[in-house]
Ligand binder design. Structure first.
Ligand code: URP
Ligand code: ZN
Ligand code: ZN
Length: 461
């Protein structure tokens, strides 16, 4: 069925105009003034509202076996939450353990979690958690199946973490295949030693998580990765960059000509380490890795986004209930499942604390929450922009909406919100995925199973 979005202010990463958007089938077919539509078309009046390209979250965990438990969402709850929050495409990390079965089995398993359940479009980053001839053959198969990015963990020794030898071979293969390697950069040995030291001193509360992973641990991880990237020529993407020290290492890599992109998270832009210091174990809600940082880092990252030094704002959505899951670490912070969920809130928080405060203009907002991810990960211009021929993934955004975030009303399958009671100024009122309306008046009205796996071609040679 046809869809006509009338009278909105269309905003992409590089232009803005007041016009109508007409969509037939799954794509945008016309953009212009006073467009007509057949009588049976769905017509949406976007007067007084922005129309943005569907937002893309390039770093999400849905199915995640981690730290002795499993993340709480499945593709039904996660995709509903994503869509209500304006995210029409998510990229999930396939995180099979180091000792798991063949990578191709893992890929098929993760795919089976999403197909038929997801209401939004999705694709994957394939984790490499060990390296041998069988893994290499499997990775080639997975790339042929349409996954054009890998993920490596320098942290989480014994679980997802890889050795330097494995890192070298992964980056060499990635370069050969034209695949970008996304990387969690923290020095695993330093983390383990610092954890042991803190626990031996009786420092067991959530506030000590930070001290087991101080900025230098992350900066060393970035420096380490980029030395390997330089020697292999691989293109890399630093996930969840949290502090100035780590950012400076990435910028030094850029300055010497490396193809490296930087992701930060909405959590690091709006939360700081004092949240993880909240009394009565409340701080556990704010334990993630790398940890929340000193507040002074926030302005560094807003500036870096404005300057284009940081490409994307993601969520690293990794949801664990407070009751029963975060509580596993009541007597030992190293056992608190890491993660601060924010899939539903990323876009509204970025708009509220970025755009309405004047820190970001509308184009940078669209760029870092949608367009850059599409470009880096081989989805552009199908996704990440509003153009004739692009998928009709559109967000009609109401800048006059006022509301508050709460676990009582969110779509996530989770017993708390890290942003409980926070005000938001603006929200998606209508969201479409390939021409189908998935959200109206802020409520999910979409179709479970409508989401498609997005095959991607390697572009990072
Ligand atoms: O704390 C985090 N980041 N949890 C999810 C796993 C990861 O490191 O991405
Ligand atoms: Zn990570
Ligand atoms: Zn992650």
């Amino acid at each position: 069925m046809a869809l006509l979005i009338k009278n909105g202010t269309i905003v992409t990463a590089d232009w803005q105009t007041k016009a109508d958007i007409y969509c037939e089938g799954e794509q945008i077919t016309r953009i212009g003034k006073d467009l007509d539509a057949p009588p049976d078309a769905t017509v949406i009046d976007a007067s007084g509202k922005y129309v943005f390209p569907g937002f893309i979250d390039p770093h999400v965990h849905v199915y995640l076996p981690f730290m002795g438990t499993f993340a709480k969402d499945d593709y039904i709850s996660a995709s509903k939450a994503a869509l209500v929050g304006g995210t029409t495409t998510l990229i999930e990390m396939i995180c099979q353990g180091r000792d798991s079965r063949a990578l191709t089995d893992g890929f098929e398993f993760w795919m089976s979690q999403a197909v038929g359940k997801s209401a939004c479009d999705f694709t994957f980053h394939q984790s490499v958690t060990r390296y041998d001839a069988e893994v290499e053959a499997d990775l080639k198969e997975i790339v042929k199946a349409g996954v054009a990015s890998f993920k490596v963990f320098l942290a989480y020794k014994g679980a997802f973490g890889i050795t330097d030898e494995e890192l070298y071979h992964t980056l060499r293969l990635a370069k050969q295949l034209g695949v970008i390697v996304t990387a969690h950069c923290e020095n695993a040995d330093l983390v383990l030693e610092l954890q042991k030291q803190l626990l031996s001193e009786g420092k067991t509360g959530p506030e000590y998580h930070y001290w087991s992973r101080p900025p230098r641990v992350e900066a060393e991880g970035v420096h380490h990765l980029l030395s390997f990237a330089e020697l292999t020529g691989a293109h890399t993407y630093i996930v969840h960059t949290s502090c100035e020290e780590a950012l400076n290492e990435a910028l030094a890599g850029k300055a010497r000509g490396l193809n490296v992109w930087v992701e930060t998270l909405i959590q690091y832009l709006v939360l700081d380490k004092s949240y993880a210091e909240l009394p009565n174990f409340e701080g556990a809600k704010y334990v993630m890795s790398p940890p929340l940082r000193d507040k002074k880092n926030q302005e560094v990252f807003w500036n870096a986004l404005r300057q284009g030094f940081v490409a994307t704002v993601a969520t690293d959505h990794a949801p664990f209930d407070f009751k029963g899951q975060k509580e596993m670490g009541r007597n030992d912070f190293t056992k608190i499942p890491n993660g601060i969920p924010s899939l539903e809130d990323r876009v509204n928080l970025l708009y509220t604390y970025g755009v309405t405060t004047g820190r970001l203009d509308l184009h940078t907002f669209v760029d870092c929450a949608s367009t850059q991810a599409a470009k880096i990960f081989g989805l552009f211009p199908r996704k990440g922009t509003i153009a004739v021929g692009s998928d009709a993934d559109l967000v009609v955004y109401d800048p006059n909406y006022r509301g508050t975030i709460s676990a009582k009303t969110h779509s996530l399958n989770l017993d708390y919100s890290a942003f409980e009671g926070w005000e938001i100024k603006g929200r998606p009122s209508v969201v479409t995925v390939r021409g189908e309306v998935a959200v109206r008046d802020g409520q999910f009205v979409g179709r479970i199973g409508h989401g498609q796996f997005l095959k991607r071609e390697p572009t990072h040679f």
